[in-house]
Write a protein of this length. Structure first.
Length: 302
């Protein structure tokens, strides 16, 4: 019996499998990037999406498959690995689901969404509930291919959408490891005041944006100061990022924190676990991440 299924991002099955093993969640089979487990769902950082209530359903025909899904609920996202034609025919019998790229800033979808796939031609796995409101956990945006100096801004956008909050006019932001300026560009576009900290210079077009101030300094030498938002895309070992985050949270000077936790080779799980254990924090592998996790934290209300 399959009691949970975990969807890995492309090329990230290995860190997900290691995390599930460490958390005592057995993986009895892989269906594409979907790890199938006989154990109850556990919290994971490396899964784009977790199917929390999967049921195996016999599918004697296209109509039977669609009817089985409609009997459970209305909206379904398909995860296709094989039997593409059969899955397409079942999908045609379901209410249409046509996700569009998001226009940032925006909140995540609020509608209920389940997930399903065909394990075999006559056997379906369907979960009426899952952890991500996005189809297969994939968060895509209408991109700006002219303004930003890199595509790094997409993971900042995704982190803010998941957080349900972003800086605005009047907010002060500190962007650590800012060069060449993808995150600074995104924050300045929102109307926030941004201090960009890096030993390397910003892209000149970003440096010239209204509200942007450059500071030549090391992210780790900087003493905490009063800011509404602390951002960091610094390349550093997870333990060093953990120390930086703990220092800023302990100072009481940051209202919210969004930072990348980058890995070289095997993931540093103890550091990631300690980050996730901080009250008010979340650690996740975003759709727009590479070999990194994203840490978000909001100061608890007083």
């Amino acid at each position: 019996m399959i009691r949970a299924a975990y969807l890995a991002a492309e090329e990230f099955q290995v860190p997900l499998a290691a995390e599930l093993d460490r958390r005592g969640a057995r993986v009895v089979a892989w269906h594409g990037r979907l790890a199938l487990s006989p154990d109850p769902p556990v919290s994971t950082a490396w899964a784009l999406d977790t199917w929390t209530d999967p049921r195996e359903v016999a599918v004697s025909s296209i109509k039977a498959g669609a009817d089985a899904l409609r009997a459970l609920q209305r909206n379904w996202a398909a995860y296709q690995v094989t039997h593409f034609r059969r899955m397409a025919l079942i999908t045609e019998r379901l209410p249409p689901l046509k996700p569009r790229p998001l226009v940032f800033p925006c909140l995540p979808p609020s509608g209920h969404l389940g997930a399903w796939t065909l394990l075999d031609a006559d056997r379906m796995l369907a979960s009426p509930t899952k952890t991500s409101p996005f189809v297969n956990g994939e968060v895509t945006f209408v991109e700006d291919r002219i303004g930003p100096p890199s595509r790094a801004y997409l993971k900042l956008w995704e982190a803010c959408v998941r957080l349900g909050a972003w800086p605005g006019p009047g907010d002060t932001c500190l962007d650590l490891g800012a060069s060449p300026g993808g995150w600074t560009w995104a924050l300045a576009r929102l109307g926030a005041t941004v201090t960009a900290v890096d030993k390397a210079p910003l892209d000149p077009a970003v440096a010239a944006m209204q509200g942007v101030v450059e500071r030549t300094d090391s992210a780790f030498a900087l003493k905490p100061e009063k800011v509404d938002w602390l951002f960091s895309d610094v390349i550093a070992y997870p333990e060093r990022m953990l120390s930086l985050v703990e220092n800023w949270i302990g100072s009481g000077h940051a209202g919210r924190i969004v930072c990348s936790v980058k890995f070289q080779g095997e993931a540093d799980y103890p550091a990631a676990d300690r980050l996730a254990a901080i009250p008010g924090a979340s650690v996740a592998h975003l759709f727009n991440n590479k070999h990194e996790l994203t840490f978000t934290w909001s100061r608890p209300p007083r």
